[in-house]
Design a protein around this ligand. Sequence first.
Ligand SMILES: Cc1cc2nc3c(=O)[nH]c(=O)nc-3n(C[C@H](O)[C@H](O)[C@H](O)COP(=O)(O)OP(=O)(O)OC[C@H]3O[C@@H](n4cnc5c(N)ncnc54)[C@H](O)[C@@H]3O)c2cc1C
Length: 398
Amino acid sequence: MVFPFQSIEDFKVEITEEHELFRKMVREFVEEKVIPRWQEVERENKFPDEILEGMKEMGLFGVGVPEEYGGQGGGQVLTAILMEELARGIPSLAVNLGVNHLYMIPILLFGNEEQKKKYVTPVAMGEKRGAHANTEPGAGSDVAGIQTKAKKVNDHYVISGRKIFISGAEEADYLIVSARTSPPGEKRWQGISVFIVEKDWPGVEIGQKFNVIGMRGEQPNEVILDEVKVPAENLVGQEGMGFKVIVTTYDHTRIGIAAQAVGIGQAAFEKALNYALQRYTFGQPLISYQAIQFKLADMYMKLEASRLLTLWAASLADQGRSEFIIASSLAKAFSTEAAEWIARQAVQIHGGYGADWEMGVERYLRDAVITTIYEGTNEIQRLTIIRSLLRQAFGLRV
Ligand SMILES: Cc1cc2nc3c(=O)[nH]c(=O)nc-3n(C[C@H](O)[C@H](O)[C@H](O)COP(=O)(O)OP(=O)(O)OC[C@H]3O[C@@H](n4cnc5c(N)ncnc54)[C@H](O)[C@@H]3O)c2cc1C
């Protein structure tokens, strides 16, 4: 036994030729159409339509979504490859895609057939966009602490509340919204429900944009819900089971965040290595110094460990194994901290140029910081890791 797993076989990661062909196709697109426009995205804080159109034409918005709902099929491994390659170009492009997953996954996992057809299909096809509104001024990590209320009135619910840090809210057509349908029961997490809300319904307002440290191009907004009338048929899953809908969604989507971090680490490492080969100090290239060689070796070590953990978590999820939950937390926490560290070393290797925006290196550090915070901070990942381990190995609940 490989504690807490059953066998060494549990660590198998299977990558097929299709995966590799797909990766090459996405990389080509990113090299040609995305990377040359990073400065424009940083300055204007939005993506040019041509990039998003290109992604739509390639069917990238439907990767990981079943074909019957307008998707391209493929599982978590394929999605992780896509996220990594987009993030290697401009990390916030992976966020642009990821917010659609945060919107579609709760519907795919807990929604009914009509909801999947009506609300997933257009998003998977790239015709419409989704966003996920859970965080509030008083509750982020503590999902059970949300205050937004949904009151049942005949055949609809009336939702009021305020959500913050909602990525993709400005461009979204549809929102996943969590709200309290009843006060907490015996357990704090009871009484929460999840709804699909159309953004142009009366009472939905997109508020201020948050000027966060990184991920320019896809920075989040406030969403205000003022007595929004939502048909009862837009309840996702059963009333009161919203906490499960939200946390199960993050179990799946945080593999994508780990993959974003791998892409950031890859880009920062490549830049640092190239620079070390070209830059001369004291009459010699930087790469000739052992201090720089060791730094690059450590960067590469953490990068490949991140990639393996991420693809392992994705493989377990694709096999339908419940252990993917612990693996996805391991991958998210490790890879995002590795990316932050790798990006910091890349800045250092570039010296003064590394601190300059024009060089395009410091942006990886700013973007990496964000990945350690959203979709469950790394502190929350550590709680998930130890709790899952204790439960799985000893049946203990702490
Ligand atoms: C750029 C960006 C995009 C985002 N996009 C979205 C989005 O699209 N949709 C959405 O709903 N949300 C989104 N968020 C919100 C994000 O998920 C939350 O910010 C995050 O979950 C943390 O919640 P919080 O900010 O309330 O921090 P808090 O929960 O208040 O935590 C503050 C600090 O305390 C730590 N902490 C909290 N509880 C514990 C504990 N029990 N043990 C140990 N440490 C603890 C946290 O790890 C953190 O370091 C986004 C945030 C950012 C920055």
